[in-house]
Design a protein around this ligand. Structure first.
Ligand SMILES: [Zn+2]
Length: 530
């Protein structure tokens, strides 16, 4: 009896031996999680199997073998977040992109607000050579192109200048740009009239690219700016992306309703138009945006000449006060220095506080003088507290609005950047989803994944689906939250233990790995490669 049992046991062992030595079926298995697939469909319990950087199976995969297994009990398994509005143009120099990776972002789009690499082909090649933690795509920026052809001239282009700009946009598109962006509140884009923008957007549209715009106005003339943006799409056939949609003037709070209605009407007429937003009531921009654009024309020296000329400066101050009044503001106390080029001790202070520090006065005039001094010393990047919760909530509820950070790659501990660069996605999942129920969790994930992937034509990304790239984020739906604040922005979110890019963990057990599995995404076929 004993002998028979021993024989049976030996038989069983030898039978299981070759099976155990067989190669595991998958590279990676994520077991026991709640899958939110990015389509908006309700979450469901499922395992996800990955091989060769792709999702290969989703379901209850009992007994499946893999080289590596991540137990995701209690976690949501979602597609990696796609951040289509970033200023991460320097990814080659900062390939870890930690502030993005740690909030679950696996794909970033740079080149926004009119500012990009001029040579997109070279920029993409440098990122591929350096290797990056995230996938990367870029737009070609109008300001970059205009600057290279016309400097900061405040006039329409000549015919040869327009042709030169068109050829630069065409080259960028054929080198792999995903579209054309404008930043019409910035120099020199702000000097461009609509015909110029249409002729350049048309080039991008012909090559399959979209038109993304930081519009001419985001408050006092919001509807006119939206109409201008929509007309570019209607004239060229380009898909339109309205960047960081917001209402940035207290005098216009509530205007998100008419803004969204205008966009809906264009969509009903057949235009493909979507928007993006970040989940904060404060914006971030340059200090120069508070100055009349004519005062900035012609470069730094010309600007300094105007600021230093008493009569011209008085005129500039009067216009600055007028611009504020139109927005329902009386001074610059809403403006906080994020990073002053000349003096880091000013970072985190409002213009009102800086005025007091400089002159002992807190009057609007003392604040304008402080702003002038900062501009003459090299300018500053700023955080502007200008929006209402009501508008941010209403925009978020719109099903055509993607979640995007508008952030650069941050160096941990440096300056006082807008906290969106560390917390945007986590904040939507905690504040707007779990705590305030502005949107459902599945809708939040859709706005970060399949919605932007569809608009930017990122085929095979943005869903948990067999054959799709294994860009994934695992987060704890009860604990995920942003920890970055305006006072202390350098803080990674909590509750995001795993992030995978092309099947490779870039965050594991809450820490970033050294992996750089990102790739560059260029949906437009490159003619030179044919
Ligand atoms: Zn912008």
């Amino acid at each position: 009896m004993r002998r028979a049992a021993t024989l049976l046991l030996l038989f069983a062992l030898s039978a299981s031996g070759p099976a155990a030595q067989r190669a595991p079926r998958y590279d990676l298995l994520i077991t026991g999680g709640q899958v939110i697939d990015g389509s908006g469909a309700p979450m469901r319990r499922a395992d996800v199997a990955i091989s060769g950087g792709k999702i290969v199976e989703i379901g209850v995969l009992r007994g499946a073998t893999a080289r590596e297994t991540i137990r995701a009990t209690g976690l949501v398994v979602a597609p990696g977040f796609i951040d289509v509005h970033t200023h991460a143009d320097d990814l080659a120099a900062h390939p870890r992109a930690e502030n993005f990776v740690r909030m679950g972002v696996t794909t970033i789009v740079a080149g926004n607000c009119g500012s990009s690499a001029l040579d997109v082909g070279e920029a993409l090649a440098r990122i591929r050579e350096a290797g990056a933690a995230v996938n990367f795509a870029t737009l070609i920026g109008h300001n970059t192109v205009r600057e290279s052809v016309m400097g900061s001239a405040n006039r329409p282009p000549t015919i040869p200048e327009l042709a030169k700009m068109q050829s630069l946009v065409w080259r960028a598109m054929s080198d792999g740009a995903v579209g054309f962006s404008t930043g019409l509140q910035y120099v020199p884009g702000t000097y461009a009239a609509q015909p110029e923008i249409i002729e350049l957007a048309r080039v991008a549209a012909t090559a399959g690219g979209l038109y993304a715009s930081h519009m001419r106005n985001e408050g006092t003339a919001l509807e006119a700016a939206i109409s201008e943006t929509l007309r570019v799409g209607e004239a060229t056939g380009a898909r339109v992306q309205i960047s960081h949609l917001k209402v940035d003037s207290p005098s216009r709070w509530g205007a998100s309703a008419s803004a969204l209605a205008l966009i809906d009407a264009a969509r009903a007429r057949g235009l493909t138009v979507e928007q993006d937003q970040y989940a904060y009531t404060a914006a971030s921009s340059t200090l120069s945006i508070r100055f009349p654009s004519w005062a900035l024309e012609g470069g730094r020296d010309k600007m300094a000449e105007r600021l230093n000329d008493p009569a011209t400066w008085t005129r500039i101050k009067t216009e600055m006060a007028g611009l504020l009044r139109e927005r329902g503001l009386t001074d610059l106390s809403f403006a906080v220095v994020a990073s002053a080029r000349s003096d880091a001790s000013l970072n985190g202070l409002s213009m009102k506080q800086i005025a007091v520090k400089r002159s002992g006065l807190d009057t609007p005039d003392a604040q304008f003088e402080a702003a002038k001094a900062l501009m003459l010393a090299g300018g500053a990047s700023m955080v502007y507290h200008l929006m209402s919760d009501e508008d941010v909530d209403r925009i978020m509820k719109d099903p055509h609005v993607a979640i995007a950070s508008d952030s650069s790659i941050n160096t941990f501990g440096e300056g006082a950047p807008h906290p969106r660069g560390y917390g945007n996605n986590a904040r939507v999942l905690s504040e707007y989803t779990r705590q305030r129920h502005v949107i459902r969790i599945e809708e939040a994930v859709r706005k970060m994944t399949s919605l932007p992937a569809g608009q930017f034509h990122f085929a095979g990304r943005g869903l948990i689906k067999a054959g799709y790239a294994a860009d994934l984020v695992l987060f704890d739906p009860l604990l995920v939250r942003d920890r970055a604040t305006f006072e202390q922005p350098h803080a990674y979110p909590s509750g995001i233990p795993y992030v995978l890019v092309n099947g490779v963990p870039v965050v594991a057990k809450g820490e970033q790995t050294s992996a750089r599995p990102g790739t560059t995404l260029s949906p437009a076929p490159a003619p030179s490669a044919r």
